[in-house]
Write a protein that binds this ligand. Structure first.
Ligand code: ADP
Ligand code: MG
Length: 334
């Protein structure tokens, strides 16, 4: 008897639940999917809303993994960048032409403070593996082999001298955001938030609230920005660092000295319509310093928030109404 009741109740409950789900799907025009993965050496969160959201989230996951493994990674032996680095170029820039264009442009505009050829220098510092302060002589030797001006692209062919290693670490997450945005535009997805470590894509016709990490405790926010669809990237000296003899060494390097940038900046957040620019500019403006960095962001019509030592915050005019400080120990400098 009980078994019979179960046979009855289960299908009825099932039909009811299904009915509610179908109603919700029709009503909201699709489900809301959130997916966490680890890719590009960072935590990735994919949130998608709209028709076929699950399928789109899966496609975005594959897109990020493939871009990392096949194109951008300096470690994966099958990647485009790995092969370029092991053969000193010798490959076409074709699919990457537009991105290389941006990298060269910002390298030049930043007077070389942004340099996408510091791979060997980053390796010498051991970021990602066993970081340690290298010998000064070694830094000088490796530095003499770096330099974006040594890279040439002629008839779409890239070449550079032996010992130089391309490193697109400051652009990769932004490139991924742009590729994801292009994909989303081909779908019926209405809203999405894709977060790749410190770079975020806000997609859809609404305003979003985005936190900017508190440098003293990056699992909390020192401020939030309310923004329409855009890309937001943060570069901070608290993201990847080690300490030796009581001194902190972080992963954004000064191409002039070969040592971590030491200009009083703690973090830079850049808001742009373009993911690659937001990512590149956050590192470039960090390396350039407060005044030059803010001027460059303005030249590109990008919003910028800079935190300097002493918890001072500098905000571009276009973001002044969008920012809300959450930690009162930080003050905006007018
Ligand atoms: P991420 O995007 O990985 O969170 P950043 O935006 O701060 O970090 O970019 C730092 C990365 O950029 C480094 O890990 C390195 O790969 C690369 N890099 C370091 N110094 C420079 C520089 N001066 N110019 C361009 N790229 C740099
Ligand atoms: Mg970045």
């Amino acid at each position: 008897m009980q078994a019979d009741m179960k046979k009855f109740i289960l299908p009825v409950c099932g039909a009811l639940i299904l009915g509610v789900v179908i109603f919700a799907v029709v009503f909201f025009g699709g489900s809301d999917v959130s997916k966490d993965i680890f890719a590009m050496d960072t935590y990735v969160n994919i949130r998608v809303k709209g028709r076929n959201a699950q399928k789109s989230a899966d496609i975005i996951e594959t897109l990020v993994n493939n871009l990392d493994k096949d194109v951008l990674s300096r470690q994966s032996k099958d990647s485009y960048i790995y092969q370029l680095n092991s053969e000193n170029g010798g490959k076409s820039a074709k699919n990457m032409s537009a991105y290389f264009g941006m990298l060269f442009e910002i390298a030049q505009k930043s007077n070389g403070k942004f340099d996408f050829t510091l791979g060997a220098l980053s390796d010498l510092w051991g970021f990602g593996k066993n970081p340690a302060v290298p010998d000064k002589k070694e830094i000088e030797t490796v530095l003499s082999k770096c330099g974006w001006e040594k890279v040439t692209i002629e008839h779409q062919q890239i070449s550079f001298p032996e010992g130089l290693k391309l490193d697109l670490g400051a652009a990769g997450k932004g490139i991924a955001l742009d590729e994801i945005k292009t994909y989303l535009e081909s779908t019926k997805i209405r809203e999405a938030v894709i977060s790749l470590g410190g770079s975020i894509l806000l997609y859809g016709k609404r305003d979003y609230t985005v936190g900017i990490a508190n440098p003293e405790n990056s699992s909390t926010n020192f401020a939030v920005l309310t923004l329409p669809a855009s890309c937001v990237s943060t570069s901070g000296n608290y993201e990847r660092f080690f300490e030796e003899d009581g001194k902190r060494y972080h992963h954004i390097l000064d191409p002039e000295t070969g040592y971590p940038v030491d200009n009083g900046i703690v973090s830079v957040t850049v808001v742009s319509q373009n993911g690659t620019f937001s990512d590149i500019l956050s590192t470039a403006c960090f390396a350039m310093g407060l005044e030059d960095g803010m001027a460059l962001a303005k030249e590109y019509n990008c919003g910028i928030v800079v935190i300097t030592e002493g918890k001072k915050v500098y905000v571009s005019d276009d973001l002044k109404d969008s920012i809300e400080i959450r930690d009162g120990s930080y003050t905006i400098v007018e």
